[in-house]
Ligand binder design. Structure first.
Ligand code: ZN
Length: 156
């Protein structure tokens, strides 16, 4: 079960099961959730053994606190979660701070407490707007800066 990106899903599954309470795969994978992301300074290794990964996702087991680091492709396969879209959102605002953070990244950073409830509401009201007032643009850029600052402090 090695996919075209070189990620060995069987190895990932074995390692996840070894760190889970349940021994049934469908049950065990529900114990895990995405708790953090970061961009590695040096190429990192996915739990499945694949290297290099730069966009690193930190997954935690909600029952026993175990943590693992996994690449986007394995996150998608394992949790069915599009962590790659969060990274794509970050790339977009890094290239142009007048653009809005996308939906996936907005929800993720809101859940992590980086974006306040007020900012979350602002994001949902203005995300699709290309033309903003001067004040709105400033607010958007402040949110973008805050998220990128947070990420550069070795993830969240
Ligand atoms: Zn992998």
């Amino acid at each position: 079960m090695v996919d075209e990106g070189g990620h060995n899903f069987k190895r990932l599954r074995d390692k996840i099961l070894a760190r889970s309470q349940a021994q049934d795969w469908d049950l065990a994978k529900k114990e895990w959730k995405l708790v953090g992301i970061y961009e590695a300074d040096e190429p990192d290794t996915c739990l499945c053994g694949h290297t290099p990964i730069i966009e690193v996702c930190v997954l935690a087991n909600t029952l026993n606190g175990s943590r693992v680091e996994v690449g986007n492709r394995c996150v998608k396969r394992f949790l069915g979660l599009r962590s790659d879209l969060i990274f794509a959102g970050l790339k977009r605002i890094r290239e142009d701070s007048s653009k809005s953070l996308n939906a996936d990244a907005t929800v993720f950073f809101y859940e992590k407490g980086v974006i306040t409830p007020w900012e979350y509401k602002f994001q949902s009201d203005t995300m699709l707007k290309r033309v903003l007032s001067g004040k709105q643009l400033q607010t958007r850029q402040n949110i973008n800066r805050k998220v990128l600052d947070h990420l550069s402090r070795r993830g969240i």
